[in-house]
Design a protein around this ligand. Structure first.
Ligand SMILES: [Mn+2]
Length: 315
């Protein structure tokens, strides 16, 4: 399967529905919105569907009312395209659209993707956005300001603002081709240089609970149920707090515990070849070698001891 197969599926489709994954991130949103505009330029009407609301910080970057809830969508007779969905479970309630569809396409950059659609295009790439850029080229569409901004959002967020190891020649080259079409500074400001007051207060509280183990090679930060209630916060307000522990020079493994109504959420980060993905998997979670997470039942204190016993073995 190559991008020409995807292009041909688009050309023969009448109506198209794009699916972003559950707990949508910058890559799935940026990729879907870019593809939505690319399709429009090809004379195709598309809708975007997602099981989950757009996170607050992305709201100023995308037009309102375009992202639709699957309950209000019917995909009978349409072409449904999943973007950045590593497996069928990531479709969430949009899975029903896949069942209704006349034809399905799966565009993704997670190499573990097993191919749950009729046409699967799984490529090694930094982001879904990188693939959508290439699809845009294959379809002969010229980027405009919106497409450029959306692709930048996708590529920049999935590469950690061009700092992760997946940052490469392609991600930088593609963005360099887009950079004059949109306001990078204003977009980057929203994505990377601002946070809510609430999130700032939570970072402060979490860092005040910093604990070190194994001569500082393991750093843990924690938010208690009482912290969450005091600030009126939810799990969504705690994004990336684990990074404050990871960024400590001596840290080899960072772990963030948060007590949520759904259970204790644990986020892991590691440096080098330390595999925290396996630890997260032991608690029913998942992720990658250097970044993983899980959500599990049990009492925080007991869980913490159990997790740290496992982590101490790794450093
Ligand atoms: Mn992605």
């Amino acid at each position: 399967m190559d991008l020409n197969d995807v292009k041909m599926a688009i050309e023969r489709a009448k109506d198209i529905m794009l699916v972003a994954h559950i707990q949508p991130d910058g890559d799935t949103l940026g990729s879907c919105f870019a593809l939505w505009r690319i399709l429009e330029k090809m004379g195709k009407q598309a809708r975007i569907c997602c099981d989950g609301e757009m996170p607050d910080r992305y709201v100023p970057l995308f037009p309102a009312g375009v992202l639709e809830d699957p309950s209000s969508c019917d995909a009978a007779g349409t072409l449904v395209i999943a973007v950045d969905c590593a497996d069928a479970a990531r479709l969430g309630k949009c899975h029903k659209l896949f069942k209704q569809a006349a034809e399905t396409v799966n565009i993704d950059h997670h190499v573990t993707n097993e191919g749950f659609a009729h046409i699967n295009y799984i490529a090694e790439a930094s982001s879904g956005g990188e693939i959508i850029f290439e699809l845009m080229r294959v379809c002969g569409v010229e980027p405009d300001a919106d497409i450029a901004k959306y692709l930048y959002i996708a590529i920049s967020t999935d590469t950690g603002n061009f700092t992760y190891s997946n940052t490469g020649r392609k991600s930088l080259a593609y963005v360099s081709e887009l950079v004059e079409l949109f306001d990078l500074r204003a977009t980057a400001d929203i994505l990377f240089r601002r946070r809510s007051l609430l999130a700032t207060r939570l970072i402060g509280r979490a860092i005040s609970r910093l604990e070190l183990f194994s001569e500082g090679k393991i750093a843990s930060v924690t938010l208690l149920d009482s912290d969450m209630k005091e600030f009126g916060a939810t799990g969504a307000d705690c994004e990336n707090i684990v990074d404050y522990a990871r960024e400590i020079e001596e840290t080899q493994i960072a772990v963030f515990f948060s007590e949520l109504p759904t259970g204790v959420k644990i986020s892991f980060r590691s440096k080098g070849d330390i595999d925290v993905g396996a630890v997260a998997a032991a608690y029913g979670g998942g992720g990658h070698m250097n970044a993983a997470g899980c959500c599990t039942g049990g009492k925080l204190d007991e869980l913490k001891k159990d997790v740290l016993d496992k982590l101490v073995e790794l450093v």
